[in-house]
Design a protein around this ligand. Structure first.
Ligand SMILES: Cc1ncc(COP(=O)(O)O)c(C=O)c1O
Length: 389
């Protein structure tokens, strides 16, 4: 069957990535492919380092600022509210180590969530903070389960927006509204959704968003972002005073440079060190700008079409869909399991042998198509999954 082209995407979209024709990469939930334009920009940054005179003070200043502009547009928040990080874990640690939590205060996390959302809080138990690891009845926590668990001592909830291991989306609007009613904050890890569909985080009832940049945002490994809504950001008490957040490269030449320490509420105070991080942040910006240029709505639409094709091709007599079937609840992660789960590694092996790269996560098969994948590639997956000996 030939690939019907998604009219909303540019006709040459796969060609804008460097994926080899001999392989099918359907694992954006692990690593999104780097666009060619980002690779070109990375080479440009390497040229600057080959001839360090080109690493000008202007470039030191512009690299983080331009990246923040792109990420601010992506999230629908002002650029100066973006915190540059090297992954999702950085942002969760910033919250866990910086928010004013006292002995007896409670934080709710989800059992089975991606470890980045759970581990940074567990260390607070030594200080008497009660970290409640709630077990969901069905893959991810419902708003009702969180409602039951909230107490007057609950300070906040930290969960994924889309769960890496089941592909299920949490009802962030409902959970956030509940948290607001009860005076608790909601921190969300958007790694598995940001870049796969449009998000207007400012209009959602969330207080903090963290994400890694190397999955749906197609950036290099070691990139990421955090955003904290202003009232929460103002409560952060985290001793960080990186010199490049307070002055510039150029100011080093001055006899008495002015040092302006950012206020605790200012996002730039919490940027990861080496904010100009040329080799990573220059291509990261190019990746994000490419997504913005193409548009997140066309990207969502393309992914949804591929996901629908995959789901409708599954032999449900043998395979069980772990992620949601209902079109309104689908995400860009399709998780399936053989009805005899012991056979999942064998299924995964057959896909690998056919040159199809998916993920085996928590013993199940995860397929995660992005804008560079095609309907033909999905048909190959369907045919290998059906072709059971
Ligand atoms: C939800 C989620 N958060 C975080 C990460 C990784 O980011 P980090 O290594 O910064 O925790 C992943 C995937 O690796 C993920 O799926």
């Amino acid at each position: 069957m030939s690939s019907p082209h998604n009219a909303l995407l540019p006709p040459d979209v796969s060609g804008r990535f460097g994926l080899p024709a001999s392989r099918i990469w359907l694992n954006a939930a692990h690593q999104g492919a780097l666009p060619r334009i980002a690779a070109e920009q990375a080479r440009r940054a390497i040229e600057w380092k080959l001839d360090p005179a080109r690493m000008t003070p202007e470039r030191f200043a512009a690299v983080p600022l331009d990246l923040k502009k792109a990420l601010g547009t992506l999230l629908g928040v002002p650029a100066e509210e973006i915190i540059l990080t090297n992954g999702a874990s950085y942002g969760v640690h910033l919250l866990a180590n910086g928010l004013p939590l006292r002995s007896g205060d409670e934080v709710i996390v989800m059992d089975g969530d991606f470890p980045s959302n759970v581990l940074p809080w567990l260390g607070l138990r030594e200080q008497g903070v009660v970290v409640r690891v709630l077990r969901p009845a069905d893959e991810v926590l419902s708003a009702g389960e969180i409602e039951q668990a909230l107490t007057p001592r609950t300070r906040g909830v930290c969960v994924s927006w889309v769960h890496s291991f089941s592909g299920r989306r949490l009802d962030i609007s409902a959970i956030g509204s509940l948290c607001r009613e009860r005076g608790a904050w909601l921190a969300v890890n958007a790694t598995q959704i940001l870049g796969a569909r449009p998000l207007d985080v400012a209009s959602e009832p969330v207080d903090a968003v963290v994400a890694a940049g190397w999955k749906w945002l197609c950036g290099p490994y070691g990139t990421g972002l955090a955003w904290l809504r202003e009232p929460l950001r103002r409560t952060l008490r985290y001793n960080q005073a990186y010199w490049l957040a307070s002055q510039t490269q150029a100011s080093l030449g001055l006899e008495r440079p002015e040092i302006v320490i950012p206020e605790p509420g200012e996002a730039r105070r919490y940027d990861v060190f080496a904010t100009a991080n040329f080799f990573n942040f220059v291509p990261f910006r190019a990746s994000v700008e490419l997504l913005l240029e193409i548009g997140l709505e066309p990207v969502r639409c393309h992914i949804d079409t591929l996901v629908a094709r995959l789901i409708s091709g599954l032999d449900t007599a043998r395979l069980r869909l772990v992620s949601r079937e209902d079109p309104g609840e689908r995400t860009s992660l399709v998780v399936v399991s053989h009805r005899d789960p012991a056979r999942n590694p064998e299924l995964y092996g057959r896909l690998s042998s056919a040159g199809i790269h998916v993920a085996l996560r928590r013993g199940r098969i995860r397929v995660s198509p992005h804008l560079y994948n095609t309907a033909d590639q999905i048909d190959r997956v369907v045919s290998v999954l059906r072709d059971e000996p």
